[in-house]
Structures are given as structure tokens and as C-alpha cells.
Design a protein around this ligand. Structure first.
Ligand SMILES: [Zn+2]
Length: 592
């Protein structure tokens, strides 16, 4: 924007008067010229340390003025101010192009080029009322006269590096036009900030901010949508526990209607989304709400139980490994990928790692064909040859029978292990699956058994069961409350260790609640049968990836990734038994 000389002069005079009043003693009006830049009559100046001066002007926006030290070359000057010697030429360009700087001469360094530390200092000097808050940087509008240097566009440029972010800032602050009244505090949401400003924000007490309200339709939580967030992933998946695509999409529509959102694809940043209490996971209800109290009490009780066994290299530990589905039950199928094939290969890789690199004893519940085999191909060949290794084996036909025979088998293996070694904490059950969820989700999610969902006695009847030795040994299961609470506690600890191992090796993990104690789907809630009726105290079902997510599905079709997953699972087991280990060299010294 160029103004004609006379108008510009008039505005500058007006600005000068208001600036002097506004900035008082902290800023000095300077009519003196900065070399190589045109004279700017309305420059606000605020001194920083070491002869540096922060400047704000109509024509040039935010800048820093600096004088090279004696003997300081272009590169060293650029390193001191920008943190990068390579930016010397950009400074020269901004100052008329001369490649050599003279000591004692003042140069202007554009705000964009400054190091994050100096960007922060420049802003703090010019806008001393600005501050970091939990949700973003709060800028108090100084109202720089009729020049309006603090349009939302300018704020977007200064604080985010991109003027186009003005729209998100406007929406987040629920403003209706691009200019902001003096003394108004504009919050620039943390997601948009330049690193300089984001680094200075206080860490919020919770990673999310919920408020609560009610109207004639009932009580609800209010979540203000943040930049780059979408209703389904950031609200529905996060706060309601829904993960299956149809559930997520249906509930997103319901919540949109409840919140008065006309178009779910274009929700303004900062929009107040209302989530009715009936859909909220208990931990997101207001403090003191009976359902939340009950949930927290359950956590407290189960957390009293933790694994006390330490086992170097997993010596003396029995791992019961279960690969989901198999045989005629292919599990989730997406884009030609059968869950049954890939989770079996991961299980085989876990088995091989445990047997070659640890002292653990590995028992498995299923086998494909006559021998346990790791496939050395990326895309796995189709197979329907899996059987549950009961006596006699069950070539998997009916998925439900396949699942039920697994827990009968696991319970039988557990009983035998206890006879040899009476410590129940030396046995772990892991079931390996891959799910098919809303495509926005990626990575590992672990299910553990909720104590309150495993009461009662359970048994299966019919020839296919009655003919199996493991069923005949002990046809019915039931668990006293104490055992269920203990199992939930140990299982949570185990699952958290596996999640941590995935995270530490950079493998994707669900962003919200990666450890869950029940499946929510299609208005029902349950614990997977292979956990629910399983007597082994420490147990988890690992959904190692989401086959409906394109990236996850591509990764699982590579050997390298399946091996990484297997390694992370083994690392989690080692950690559960008190042995932290760097990935890749987990247990060399204890290898058999
Ligand atoms: Zn599965």
C-alpha cells in the first residue's frame, strides 16, 4: 500500500502524536534515517540489550535495528541476530544490497529473518502487555492510531508468519471484521504460532479445555474447536470413545445438529461444539459427577495392583501369544489385506524375537500349517490354514468358536504353568489384532479387561467344545471381584508399557486414550471375549494398526514394519518385567 506523499505525511503526524502518548517513555520517536531504507516518519522504537532496537513502522512493519561489532563480518552478524550465517545476504538485500557491513552503522533486520529469541524480544519490547496463555499468545491491541498496523492480517504475519491465518484468528476470537478495537486482547491459537511464541506458552493443566453447560435438551460439555481440528477426529473420537467409522460419522452429525453447525465441513475455528453428557467418556464429565467418580474409583482400585516380578531377559516368564482370527475367519479385510495373515506374521516375529533374544518361554494359541514360520516377504500369501492348538486342534471355521477355544486353551496353558511355577504374575497373555476404524485414526490401541464387565459365570456347550480336552478340564469360568480388579490393574500396566515402547521407537499410537478397557460399537459396549473369559491376570489385546488408514495399511505390508512392531512389543514386555532396553539391542547379554 502506497500513500500519496501529503496524505502520508498527515497520517504520520497524527500517528506520531498518538504513538508518543501510547508508548510513553519506553519508546522513542526517531526521525533519524536508517541507512538504505526510506525515511519513515512514524517509527516506534524500543531499545533492547546490546545496542539493539525493536522498531515498528507503518511502511516496514516489525524490524530490528542493529550495529555490527568492530571486526564482525556479515556471517557472524547474521549468526548473532538470525542464528544462521546464510542469512547475511538477505540482511544485505534488505539494506540496499551492499555485501559488506560497516561497524558503527545501523542496519535493519527484517522480523522474519530474526532468531526466535529475538523475535520474542522485539514483540515483548514493543507490546509489553502481551503474554502467553495456555491456549495461545494473547496480544493486547495498542491501537496505533489511524494507521491500524495491528490489523488481523498484520498480527497473523507477525505471530504466525502467514497473513492468511487472519481468518482462523478472527474466528477463534469471534470477531466480525479485520480490525480490532484498542485494548482488545486477541488470542493467537497455539497451533498457529511461530516457534518463538509457542515455546513461551505455559503448559496447560490438561491437554484439552472443556466447559460445561445445559439447556432445555440437557447437560453438555463445550469444546472450542482449534485450528486444524476436525469435528470427527478432535471431538467425537477424543471425547466420546467412538472409533468405528459409522459410529464416528453418525455421532458427529448428531453433535453438529445439537451445536447448531450447518456445515460439518466448514466449522469456524473456536466454534463452541456441544457434546451431550450421555456421549462423553466418564473422564471428561465434570469433576464430582457420579459417573466420573465411579470411573476414577475403579482406576484407583486397579492401580493398587502392579507387577512386582522383575525378570532379567524375561527368565522364568511365560508369554501366551495369540494371533487373532485365521482359517476361514480373515478378520478385518481392507484393500486386499487380511487381518488374519498380517497379525499372524507379527505374532510369529514376536515369538522368534522372544525365543532368540530373551529367556522367555513362548506358548502360542494358533498355527498356520505344520510349523511356525516367519514369512520373508512384504505382501503375505493368502492362507486359510490356521488352527487353534487345542486337543484336538480346531481348524478355524466359525470365528466365535475360534475365539472361545482360544480362551479355553489359554486358561489350560495357564493352569499347567502354575503347576510348574506357582507365581501367576510370571504369565502374560497377548492377543495380536489389527482393526478397521475411522480412517483418520492411526497406530496402536490396546484393550484391557474392565473389572466391572467380567462378572458372572461363563461356559460354552455343544460338540465342538465338549470334544476338546481343554474344555473338559474346566468347562466354566468365573472370577471373583478381587481377581478382576487385580487383572485390570496388571493389564493396564502391561498395555501402557507396550504403548510406551511403540512411542519410544517412533511407531504410531492412537492420539487419545491408547489404552481402553472396553469396545464401544454400534450402541453396545463389551470386553473382547479372549480377554473377558481369560484367567491369566496380565493380558492385553493389541490392535497394532488401523487397516482402514492408508498409511498404516501400506506399512503393515512390509516386513520391516512388522519386525519393528514385534520388537516394540518385546521391548514392552521387557519393560513390564523391569528391564528398560534400547531398541535394537534389547537383550544381547541375556540371549540364550
Ligand atoms: Zn481382529
Amino acid at each position: 500500500m502506497k500513500k500519496s506523499a501529503d496524505t502520508g505525511f498527515f497520517l504520520s503526524l497524527v500517528t506520531l502524536l498518538s504513538l508518543v502518548t501510547l508508548f510513553g517513555a519506553s519508546a522513542v520517536y526517531a526521525a533519524s534515517a536508517v541507512p538504505a531504507l526510506p525515511v519513515d516518519l512514524a517509527t516506534v522504537r524500543a531499545p533492547l540489550e546490546d545496542g539493539l532496537t525493536a522498531t515498528l513502522s507503518e511502511t516496514h512493519g516489525l524490524n530490528l535495528e542493529a550495529t555490527p561489532h568492530r571486526g564482525e563480518g556479515v556471517g557472524a552478524f547474521a549468526v548473532r541476530l538470525c542464528g544462521d550465517a546464510g542469512l547475511g545476504s538477505r540482511i544485505a538485500e534488505a539494506n540496499g544490497g551492499s555485501g559488506t557491513f560497516q561497524a558503527g552503522t545501523r542496519y535493519t533486520i527484517p522480523f522474519d529473518l530474526l532468531s526466535p529469541e529475538l523475535q520474542l524480544k522485539v514483540v515483548q519490547a514493543l507490546f509489553p502487555s502481551d503474554r502467553g496463555a495456555a491456549d495461545g499468545w494473547v496480544h493486547k491491541v495498542r491501537g496505533l492510531g489511524p494507521l491500524r498496523r495491528e490489523s488481523l492480517w498484520n498480527l497473523a504475519v507477525w505471530f504466525t508468519g502467514d497473513g492468511e491465518n487472519f481468518r482462523a484468528i478472527r474466528e477463534y476470537n469471534e470477531l466480525h471484521d479485520e480490525d480490532v478495537a484498542r485494548d482488545f486482547s486477541v488470542t493467537i491459537p497455539s497451533e498457529l504460532l511461530r516457534p518463538a511464541f509457542r515455546a513461551g506458552l505455559p503448559v496447560p493443566e490438561k491437554p484439552y479445555l472443556l466447559q460445561y453447560g445445559s439447556d432445555k435438551d440437557g447437560e453438555f460439555a463445550v469444546y472450542r474447536l482449534r485450528p486444524h481440528e476436525a469435528l470427527y477426529s478432535s471431538v467425537v473420537v477424543r471425547f466420546t470413545g467412538r472409533v468405528f467409522a459409522k459410529d464416528v460419522n453418525d455421532l458427529a452429525l448428531k453433535i453438529a445438529r445439537r451445536s447448531g453447525i450447518p456445515d460439518v465441513t466448514d466449522i469456524p475455528v473456536g466454534y463452541r461444539v456441544k457434546v451431550p453428557f450421555e456421549y462423553l467418556q466418564p473422564e471428561y464429565l465434570p469433576e464430582g459427577h457420579p459417573k466420573r467418580k465411579e470411573y476414577e474409583e475403579g482406576l484407583r482400585q486397579s492401580a493398587r495392583f502392579s507387577n512386582q516380578v522383575k525378570a532379567r531377559g524375561l527368565a522364568g516368564i511365560t508369554i501366551v501369544l495369540d494371533a487373532g482370527h485365521g482359517g476361514l475367519d480373515s478378520g478385518a479385510t481392507m484393500g486386499g489385506v487380511w487381518e488374519s495373515l498380517y497379525v499372524y506374521d507379527v505374532a510369529m516375529r514376536i515369538k522368534r524375537l522372544l525365543e532368540t533374544q530373551t529367556a522367555a518361554r513362548v506358548l502360542v494359541t494358533t498355527r498356520d500349517g505344520d510349523a511356525f514360520k516367519v514369512q520373508e516377504t512384504d505382501v503375505l500369501p493368502f492362507s486359510r490354514g490356521h488352527a487353534v492348538l487345542t486337543t484336538p486342534p480346531y481348524p478355524i471355521a466359525d470365528p466365535k468358536v475360534g475365539v472361545n477355544l482360544r480362551w479355553y486353551l489359554a486358561n489350560s496353558l495357564y493352569r499347567k504353568t502354575l503347576k510348574a511355577d506357582s507365581d501367576p504374575d510370571k504369565v502374560v497373555f497377548l492377543s495380536i489384532h489389527a482393526d478397521s476404524l475411522h480412517p483418520s485414526l492411526r497406530g496402536l490401541m490396546a484393550y484391557v479387561p474392565a473389572a466391572d464387565m467380567r462378572d458372572g459365570t461363563y461356559s460354552k456347550s455343544g460338540g465342538v467344545y465338549a470334544s476338546r480336552k481343554e474344555v473338559q478340564e474346566s468347562p466354566a469360568v468365573s472370577f471373583p471381584r478381587q481377581k478382576r480388579v487385580e487383572s485390570e490393574g496388571l493389564s493396564r500396566e502391561l498395555a501402557k508399557q507396550v504403548v510406551a515402547a511403540f512411542q519410544s521407537t517412533g511407531l504410531p499410537v492412537h492420539p487419545f486414550n491408547p489404552v481402553r478397557d472396553r469396545i464401544i460399537r454400534d450402541n453396545s459396549v463389551w470386553v473382547p471375549a479372549v480377554l473377558r473369559y481369560n484367567s491369566i491376570p496380565a493380558k492385553a489385546l493389541l490392535e497394532i494398526c488401523n487397516l482402514a488408514n492408508d498409511q498404516d495399511r501400506a506399512l503393515i505390508q512390509t516386513r520391516a514394519y512388522r519386525q519393528q512392531v514385534a520388537q516394540a512389543v518385546v521391548q514392552g514386555l521387557l519393560a513390564y518385567y523391569g528391564q528398560g532396553a534400547a531398541p535394537g539391542q534389547m537383550v544381547a547379554e541375556t540371549a540364550k
